[in-house]
Design a protein around this ligand. Structure first.
Ligand SMILES: Nc1nc2c(ncn2[C@@H]2O[C@H](COP(=O)(O)OP(=O)(O)OP(=O)(O)O)[C@@H](O)[C@H]2O)c(=O)[nH]1
Ligand SMILES: [Mg+2]
Length: 377
């Protein structure tokens, strides 16, 4: 397995050599792994790059990408891109240089990739994971970005820890599907955005519990500096854009449902006028709507999780079953409503049951059963 480690650096002269040594010594213990190490340095004034250049004489697998200071996001985009397009890695592992994430944990991430997961996130928020030593300011920062923005506003629920850098990502069929060149994040919003982009590829996510501690050497780049406000504004913007993008799926689903409804009405009407049993006519109309819903949803609404080949058949049967559920829900709601309020109210209860019950029910079933992301744990 060809692994590319990506280490963004800004003033990490105390850390970078030790980090490279450790990654290489861990890799040596695994005969089936090879490691490349990409350091993306923003012309650190402390001379980080000259340390890396010296190490390049000792290690042939160390690559240095130097660029002007633009922020963590831009550095990571450059590193990911190099790992995929130039080094043709199988797995990409970004990590910080400062040892807050323990590089010794990287084999645990790879193990899950070898088990078939595509994105394995080192996590502080699953059982067994923890943070040591954050002050109230870092806690507040993290909770606002991770819980309020990433989880609630953006609605990225594939993982619980969205903010960290340390993770392992499969390239083939996953990271190589993400258009890195379209990602414009300058700051730490990249971490959330890349998780979202990866989720759209249908990737299987897993979170490995780890301990995150304080840095021993060098200074943190988080805090009140000239990039701080820019990065926060960008994070809020990213969260809202992700929410908007996700709601596009819902809008498409809604439109497809409306087309299905019209189709069912038209088909039923056409057949009814042709002297066949009205019950049969409505049933044929319903199946017409089911076929249209399934096809349009598969090739449009959920095209990012498209079902292909032989699975189309079993999924179509499942879809019919789900639709039968929707019919039962409507029948029950209209039956009960008209029983209490009289037959003339049937239309009100039909509309209410569609809006309040059938639309959320079907959306849930489609997302979690028919077009579910092949998931998680
Ligand atoms: N190339 C590059 N690397 C950066 C930039 N900002 C931060 N880094 C690196 O990204 C990693 C994470 O940055 P930190 O400052 O440790 O941020 P953090 O871990 O979120 O914050 P702390 O918990 O306070 O350390 C470190 O390896 C930094 O050197 C940047 O603008 N450009
Ligand atoms: Mg740090």
């Amino acid at each position: 397995m060809k692994i590319a480690h990506i280490i963004p650096t800004y003033n990490e002269k105390e850390n970078i050599a030790k980090m490279i040594d450790i990654i290489n010594s861990i890799t040596e213990r695994h005969s089936t792994w090879t490691s490349d190490i990409i350091v993306v340095d923003d012309y650190s004034p402390d001379g980080t790059s000259s340390i890396v250049k010296k190490l390049q004489k000792k290690y042939k697998n160390v690559f240095l990408l130097s660029k002007k200071k633009e922020g963590l996001g831009k550095a990571l985009i450059k590193g990911y891109d190099y790992a995929v397009k130039t080094l043709h890695a199988d797995v990409v592992i970004p990590n910080d240089a400062d040892f807050q994430w323990n590089p010794e944990d990287f084999p645990k991430l790879i193990e899950r990739i070898e088990n078939g997961f595509d994105v394995v996130v080192a996590s502080r928020h699953v059982k067994g994971g923890k943070v040591i030593g954050w002050n109230w300011f870092r806690n507040l920062n993290h909770n606002v970005s991770n819980t309020l923005l990433a989880w609630w506003v953006a609605g990225v629920h594939e993982v619980k820890d969205h903010a960290g850098n340390f993770k392992a990502i499969r390239v083939k069929g996953v990271l190589d599907k993400v258009r890195l060149q379209n990602m414009k994040n300058a700051g730490f919003s990249f971490q959330l955005h890349i998780l979202y982009e990866l989720s759209k590829t249908g990737a299987r996510f897993y979170e490995v519990p780890v301990t995150f501690k304080e840095r021993e050497y060098g200074k943190s780049k988080i805090g009140f500096n000239k990039y701080y406000l820019r990065d926060i504004v960008e994070y809020i913007k990213s969260s809202l854009l992700i929410r908007y993008d996700r709601s596009r799926v819902f809008s498409k689903y809604f439109l497809v449902g409306a087309v299905g409804f019209i189709l069912q009405t038209l088909i039923s009407k056409l057949i009814i006028t042709g002297r066949i049993n009205p019950g049969l006519a409505v049933a044929i109309g319903a199946e017409g709507a089911i076929i249209s819903n399934f096809t349009l949803n598969n090739y449009w609404t959920f095209s990012h999780k498209k079902i292909n080949g032989i699975r189309l058949l079993s999924k179509f049967l499942q879809f019919n079953l789900a639709s039968a559920g929707a019919i039962l829900i409507q029948g029950f709601a209209v039956g009960t409503g008209t029983y209490v309020y009289g037959n003339q109210t049937w239309f009100i209860f039909m509309v209410l049951s569609i809006v309040l019950l059938v639309i959320p029910y079907s959306y849930f079933i489609y997302n979690n059963f028919i077009w579910k992301s092949p998931k998680n744990k």
